[in-house]
Write a protein that binds this ligand. Structure first.
Ligand SMILES: Cc1cc2nc3c(=O)[nH]c(=O)nc-3n(C[C@H](O)[C@H](O)[C@H](O)COP(=O)(O)OP(=O)(O)OC[C@H]3O[C@@H](n4cnc5c(N)ncnc54)[C@H](O)[C@@H]3O)c2cc1C
Ligand code: SF4
Length: 325
């Protein structure tokens, strides 16, 4: 890895102070666990003169569970989400997704906010600077051609975070704080399908918390992902699902995906599969819905066709497993 260019580390003690620092230094980068940001900086992807460390902001570490649902601070670590007994029992889909992120060392410092805001990934981009330079860089940074879709004008780098689909399937929203105050947004509306800029954060804004409504009584949820190395790897495709019902018919079904598009997203149309027996034909229909809405490109070492197929199969298996629970 290359060395990182020098920077000043700023250490605010409140989210409001972090916003003020970010507003006066718009080129600065927020750093939480640093497990996504630091490897990127080592690859020369960005040379910020200031890093704003969120690690000293106590309010970002909150975990609250009331009758209305959950509030999780952006600074909660993935290790906490993967191991806390209450999260594992009440929000198994979130605990399962958190447990699949990177390795135990990463999870002990990696945060919820960092996971929701990590950069998109591409085999032509997550490389050292000299490697990218020898390929004339690319559209996302430093160049004018996308090596994945050379005729196109947009970046197709893949969203590869594991937590967003779990939270989207749970119907979560996020609290965002910025120079003009705070706002709340459904998590599914936070992302756009643009590999170069998938987040809709304005200058000076940061995520302070995630809110998850209390799951419907009897709801069963789960997360499954395909990856190259089972012990530690980003998703080639990941599927989260939440459902209410039995083999004889579902009354609610939400499915969200990651790893295949430039954004995580809620699958459109699975409600048409409710109120009828869960048969092999219904599973196949879900698989088709997934195949139509994912759009993997040649951004990983694994073929786009495989990622499309594996997303579809994961969704079908997950639905079958949840119904049989
Ligand atoms: C070997 C390896 C394997 C990995 N495998 C996976 C994987 O399987 N799945 C996966 O999802 N990720 C994976 N990651 C990426 C990363 O470890 C996780 O996504 C992690 O959760 C990022 O959180 P962080 O706190 O370390 O983020 P940071 O690196 O600190 O930040 C990531 C980005 O989010 C921004 N940011 C951080 N907090 C906030 C906030 N509150 N508001 C707004 N912006 C914010 C930062 O400015 C930065 O741009 C892997 C990384 C490595 C090195
Ligand atoms: S998809 Fe294209 S523009 Fe985006 S990172 Fe990959 S090569 Fe670069």
């Amino acid at each position: 890895m290359d060395s990182i260019s020098s920077f000043a580390l700023l250490s605010p003690h409140s989210a409001a102070d972090a916003v003020a620092l970010l507003t006066t230094n718009p080129q600065a980068k927020l750093i939480a666990g640093g497990t996504d940001l630091m490897p990127n900086l080592r690859h020369g992807i960005g040379t910020p003169e200031q890093l704003i460390d969120l690690g000293g902001i106590a309010e970002l570490g909150r975990i609250e569970h009331t009758g209305q649902g959950w509030l999780l601070g952006a600074g909660v670590t993935l290790a906490q989400l993967a191991t806390r007994a209450d999260v594992r029992v009440e929000l198994p889909v979130l605990a399962q997704a958190a447990a699949t992120v990177a390795g135990p060392g990463h999870r002990s410092v990696a945060t919820l906010g960092g996971n929701l805001c990590l950069d998109t990934r591409c085999i032509f981009y997550n490389q050292s600077e000299w490697w990218r330079e020898s390929n004339n860089f690319c559209l996302k940074r430093g160049g004018d051609v996308c090596h994945v879709a050379p005729q196109g004008k947009r970046c197709h780098a893949a969203w590869s975070g594991d937590l967003a689909p779990a939270l989207i399937a749970l119907g979560a929203s996020i609290d965002i704080l910025g120079p003009t105050g705070s706002r709340r947004l459904p998590l599914n509306d936070f992302y756009v399908d643009d590999g170069a800029k998938p987040l809709t954060l304005a200058v000076g804004e940061l995520i302070t918390a995630v809110r998850i409504p209390e799951p419907t009584s009897g709801m069963r949820c789960g997360y499954r992902k395909a990856r190259i190395r089972g012990a530690i790897d980003f998703p080639l495709a990941g599927v989260a699902a939440c459902l209410v019902g039995t083999q004889d018919g579902l009354t609610e079904l939400r499915v969200a995906l990651t790893g295949t598009n430039s954004r995580p997203f809620l699958l459109t149309g699975p409600e048409a599969l409710c109120q009828q027996p869960v048969t092999p034909e219904l599973l196949a229909a879900l698989g088709k819905l997934v195949q139509k809405q994912v759009s993997p490109m040649r951004t990983t070492g694994t073929s786009a066709a495989y990622r499309r197929q594996v997303a579809s199969v994961l969704a079908q298996r997950l639905l079958r497993e949840l119904v049989e629970l």
